[in-house]
Design a protein around this ligand. Structure first.
Ligand code: PYR
Length: 357
């Protein structure tokens, strides 16, 4: 799309693919990465390309990545099968896109009223999350790592004000994951579209509303051309975890050094994406309001209460999928309680006090 060229972002981080041929001729390993993000997509696509290039760089080309953006090799949502089948070595995306394969994938991106970035990071790395993720991924011949986070997302773009839960009735909204199930309980019709297909559907009127990520990401999407009301805070993805999933049989062939480098690169990109997003969101929110006539609105407490009730039902239904799904949902809820109780007394309490001054 043309916004990429206008933003001067085309061609960034495309070095990985260029290295592939000479590296392979020296007997090095090729790592084909299929992505759910379109090429040069500001916010999510460029970090994915950066991670791919970083793996080649850190391994000094011993693992040479070949990055395919959404649609370049397979469609965004076909990335999982491409990697599980061994046709490609890795995908970059968000695990909740695969919840049709197993409900347990959703919490490894986000669930409504779930974990923030800080809580998610703590759960995955030190709260047992990674072990559960490994157990689930192994059922599909995969091994995944956290590889980016969006932080708290905005509630979405609407073409009318949302003053009560009734205003959601009948809305066709792009919203993936369990957040979509919550909207369905409140009478909306959720659809799950890859990022690269949202704009055309919103502008054509095929959908009335959408959420994507937050101001920095959403700015480049130009959703304001069709929907002026921009709501916060999103209940559906309070710290959406992005991921790199690898074919486990391929992963098992790597040396422990190669595995350590890939894990380190994912870890680096995890915090890098978050830092980049947090650094840009405020500025881009201002731009959206002042340059693009966006109307910022806050979801009121009544709507949030309705979201909360629907979310609890959705969570119970997701638990019913299987014993492993129940175990993962319960672990996420326990992390929200245990880690979240501390966050309430630290970051949240401090920021509330600080912002009074
Ligand atoms: C989305 O697909 O909405 C994400 O936030 C990744």
């Amino acid at each position: 799309r043309s916004f990429i060229k206008k933003a001067g972002l085309a061609g960034a981080a495309t070095g990985a693919a260029a290295l592939a041929t000479p590296a392979l001729s020296q007997g090095m390993k090729e790592m084909v990465i299929v992505s759910t993000w379109p090429r040069d997509f500001p916010g999510l696509g460029l970090p994915a390309q950066r991670l791919a290039a970083r793996i080649t760089e850190l391994t000094d080309g011993k693992i040479t990545t070949k990055y395919f953006a959404a649609g370049e090799r397979v469609g965004a949502f076909d990335s999982f099968d491409e990697v599980a089948s061994g046709n490609a070595q890795a995908y970059l995306g968000a695990e909740y896109y695969w919840r049709g394969k197993h409900a347990g994938f959703a919490p490894f991106t986000a669930i409504p009223f779930g974990l923030t970035y800080t809580e998610m990071d703590a759960w995955i790395k030190y709260g047992g999350g990674q072990a559960l993720w490994d157990e689930l991924s192994a059922e599909f011949g995969l091994k995944a790592f956290a590889a980016g986070n969006t932080g708290v997302q905005m509630g979405g773009w609407f073409n009318k004000e949302i003053n009560s839960a009734d205003d959601l009735k009948g809305l066709k909204m792009r919203i993936p994951g369990q957040g979509g199930d919550v909207m369905a309980k409140l009478g909306a019709s959720p659809v799950s579209l890859p990022g690269g297909q949202i704009y055309e559907n919103l502008v054509s009127g095929a959908i009335d509303a959408t959420e994507w990520v937050g101001p920095y990401n959403d700015y480049f999407m130009k959703f304001y051309e069709a929907a002026k009301y921009y709501y916060f805070p999103g209940m559906h993805e309070p710290g959406a975890q992005l991921a790199m999933g690898m074919n486990k049989a391929w992963w098992d062939t790597l040396s422990s050094t190669e595995q350590a480098i890939i894990e380190a690169a994912c870890n680096e990109e995890n915090s890098r994406t978050m830092a980049e997003t947090n650094a840009n969101n405020g500025e881009y929110l201002t731009k959206l309001i002042t340059e693009n006539g966006v109307q910022l609105r806050e979801f009121n407490d009544d709507i949030y209460d309705a979201f909360g009730e629907a979310s609890a039902e959705v969570l119970e239904e997701a638990r019913d999928h299987s014993p492993l799904a129940a175990k993962i949902m319960d672990a996420t809820v326990a992390a929200r309680q245990e880690i979240g109780t501390w966050m309430a007394k630290s970051d949240l309490a401090y920021m509330q006090k600080r912002n009074r001054v």
